[in-house]
Ligand binder design. Structure first.
Ligand code: UFG
Length: 339
């Protein structure tokens, strides 16, 4: 299959591009490199021996996107491109709604004009909001989110479900990610946040290489085993494999389908720190800080549906996530900027 991967130079997109190429698919990456580096493309080539085609376009530019489809029409699209910082979305809601929803509307419109009806969309466990209880299952209840970023995911899920309902040609997979961490085992690609990281494991890794002094742990008084927040961390390569499984499943089904991509196992912040300290071989200095606004005590997936319908299951544990994350960061202490 020829697969267009929007946001394919980003963290999850680049790992998915590698898995797609390794499974024999042809990849075109569409990315505006707003929050990613063109160096990723060289790295994908080094890992796979194949250089993906690059379309340096902004999906808000519909004409440019149309040209990408006209030049080499894909069989399917995996749509990662979008803004994803929760705190920033609270400060800049209109930018988040305009970008995430505008790009998706442009994309499905151009797909439809070119008779392409197979789409995998990056959603998030954030759509389960703060009213449902984990483990979250796909049809567990009303979707909601506590911030504009999460609301864009809820709204886009709705748009895609309505589209698939109205136009039965479409096959749409909505993937709800839990907490992606780790890196490709080559150490050549990984997560490279600009500025101070928002997420736990990039923060730990930047402390380990000396870019940051100390980790702050946001609360140790949650109703959990050790008092720190619990999340369902999933190795980014397992996540990438989940995308390919979803894409292949869509070949045999129509409609819109949501699948959780997680491991089904919650891990506390302190247990994540311990796993990374073991991989890194030295302690990570930390102090306990107040709870972060909007954080849930616990979040983890019910993975039954993905296992049954996609024949996919995460296989890499927190030890592998820490080992591979550390290999990436230690070999690229300044991320792609050091390349
Ligand atoms: N944490 C810290 N210190 C930090 C960063 C995080 O203690 O410096 C804690 C958080 O309080 C939480 C856990 O580590 O308990 C994980 O936090 P992350 O920021 O890594 O991940 P979140 O679960 O908050 O967020 C992730 C994605 C979002 C998505 C959200 C809900 O990053 O995109 O899951 O699905 F919206």
């Amino acid at each position: 299959m020829h697969v267009l991967v929007t946001g394919g130079a980003g963290y999850i997109g680049s790992h998915t591009a590698v898995t797609l190429i390794e499974r024999g698919h042809r990849v075109t990456i569409a990315d505006n490199f707003d929050n990613s580096s063109p160096v990723v493309v060289d790295r994908i080539e080094r890992i796979t021996g194949t250089r993906p085609t690059i379309a340096a376009v902004d999906l808000l530019n519909k004409e440019a996107l149309t040209n990408v489809f006209a030049a080499d029409t894909p069989d399917a699209v995996i749509h990662f491109a979008g803004l994803k910082a929760v705190g920033e979305s609270v400060a800049q809601p209109l930018r988040y709604y305009a970008t995430n929803i505008g790009t998706t509307l442009n994309l499905v419109d151009v797909m439809r004009e070119h008779n392409v009806h197979r789409l995998v969309f990056s959603s998030s466990a954030t759509v389960y909001g703060d009213e449902q209880q984990p483990p979250y299952s796909e049809d567990g209840g009303h979707l909601n989110a506590t911030n504009p970023y999460g609301q864009t995911k809820v709204m886009i899920e709705r748009i895609l479900a309505d589209l698939a309902h109205a136009e039965p040609d479409w096959s749409i997979g909505i993937l709800r990610y839990f907490n992606p961490v780790g890196a490709h085992e080559s150490g050549l690609i990984g997560e490279d946040p600009h500025g101070i990281p928002n997420n736990l494991t990039p923060y730990i890794l930047q402390v380990a290489v000396g870019r940051l002094n100390e980790l702050g742990i946001f609360g140790n008084d949650y109703p959990t085993a050790d008092g720190t927040g619990e999340r369902d961390y999933i190795h980014v390569v397992d996540l990438a494999e989940g995308h390919v499984a979803a894409l292949e499943k869509l070949a045999t089904t129509t409609g819109a389908h949501a699948w959780n991509l997680g491991t089904g196992t919650p891990t506390s912040v302190l247990d994540v720190v311990a796993a990374f300290e073991k991989a890194i071989g030295k302690p990570i200095p930390y102090s306990i800080k107040p709870r972060r606004a909007g954080d849930l005590p616990q979040s983890w997936a019910d993975t039954t549906r993905a296992e049954q319908e996609l024949g996919w299951k995460a296989t890499r544990d927190i030890t592998a996530m820490a080992r591979d994350g550390w290999r990436w960061q230690s070999e690229n202490p300044d991320g792609y900027a050091g390349a």
